[in-house]
Design a protein around this ligand. Structure first.
Ligand SMILES: [Ca+2]
Ligand SMILES: [Ca+2]
Ligand SMILES: [Ca+2]
Length: 322
């Protein structure tokens, strides 16, 4: 009984194995064969072979020998290739099909020995920037296709990049925190161009940018920076404006009240002020300041927390007639 079962199983196994072999032999299963793909790279003007051309096929890169030849081995399939060589116009990507045979691909390349020329036309070298938007503009002279990159300041990554079809200009606000906000100095704007044959050209300008804030006495709306409202608790109001192009961070506004025989100091925490913003600060008059008039001094950015375009317009003396 047990024997019988084993026999049945082994016969079944044999049938399955034979069936499998039969299927494998009868169906036309393609054998995995590699074919030679041979590139021959020539100068289209002289017909001479180009040595040292970089042929990239399906992600694999090889360099042509002195006869301008390089070869790959590929299975049947469809692949893309490019050919690059300095001072020749890049070729590809081009589609190549391997179908049961070796392939010989002859590629002719066009020489380009002329570097691209770029000229920045705006702004001018030495221009002073920082209080309004600026548009960088440039011309590129190059008979073949090319790409360009604009670098602002000491950046190692381009601010913008494009090719011959993109606008050759870039508009931005130098005083924005994304650019030079809060800073001042000489900054270089540079264009780098690379043509299709990998020739390079560049131009730069050095511009002076002052994108710092400037904290000044603001306005109550009545042309004066202080206000006294006796009905709201004997408060002194001080208006502070940022008339510089950059944003001002936190600062301290110091008020020194002069009394008959001593002084009282009040330091007011002053929040960040955007360019063009006018904020209101308030402080209570200490006792006995009115004797009968109230005399005081106000110093903006007392601890010099904010680097400003003008540090010499931060102090004033006030008097309110009692
Ligand atoms: Ca060129
Ligand atoms: Ca100032
Ligand atoms: Ca300051």
């Amino acid at each position: 009984m047990t024997n019988n079962i084993y026999k049945k199983i082994s016969i079944l196994t044999l049938i399955v194995v034979m069936a499998f072999i039969l299927v494998a032999c009868s169906s036309n299963v393609p054998t995995l064969l590699k074919y030679n793909v041979i590139f021959e790279i020539l100068d289209d003007d002289t017909d001479e072979p180009i040595e040292g051309a970089e042929v990239k096929l399906d992600g694999q890169t090889k360099i042509t020998d002195s006869t301008g030849v390089v070869s790959f081995e590929k299975y049947n399939g469809s692949y893309q290739y490019t050919v690059e060589k300095d001072q020749y116009i890049k070729v590809g990507p081009i589609n190549l099909v391997v179908n049961n045979d070796n392939e010989i691909e002859t590629v002719t390349m066009t020489e380009d020995l002329v570097d691209p020329t770029v000229v920045i036309t705006n702004p001018d070298d030495g221009d002073e920037l920082g209080s309004e938007e600026v548009t960088v503009e440039w011309f590129i002279f190059e008979e073949h296709s090319y790409t360009w990159e604009l670098y602002l300041g000491g950046a190692t990554f381009p601010q913008v990049e494009g090719d011959q079809d993109d606008p050759h200009s870039f508009t931005f606000d130098p005083a924005s925190p994304d650019f030079f906000g809060g800073h001042q100095g000489v900054f270089r704007f540079r264009i780098e161009v690379t043509d299709a044959a990998n020739n390079r050209g560049s131009d730069y300008i050095d511009v002076i940018i002052d994108a710092r804030p400037n904290i000044v006495f603001g306005s109550s709306g009545e042309g004066y920076y202080i206000d006294w409202l006796d009905t709201e608790g004997n408060m002194l109001f001080i208006y502070v404006d940022n008339e510089g192009p950059g944003s001002a961070g936190n600062s301290i506004t110091r008020v020194i009240f002069y009394r008959t025989s001593d002084t009282v100091i009040e330091d007011i925490d002053t929040p960040p002020i955007d360019p063009g913003e006018n904020i209101e600060l308030s402080v209570e008059f200490p006792p006995n300041v009115f004797n009968p008039d109230a005399d005081f001094e106000v110093i903006l950015d007392y601890d010099d927390d904010v680097d400003e375009t003008n540090e010499n317009d931060n102090e004033d003396i006030g008097i309110i007639i009692g």
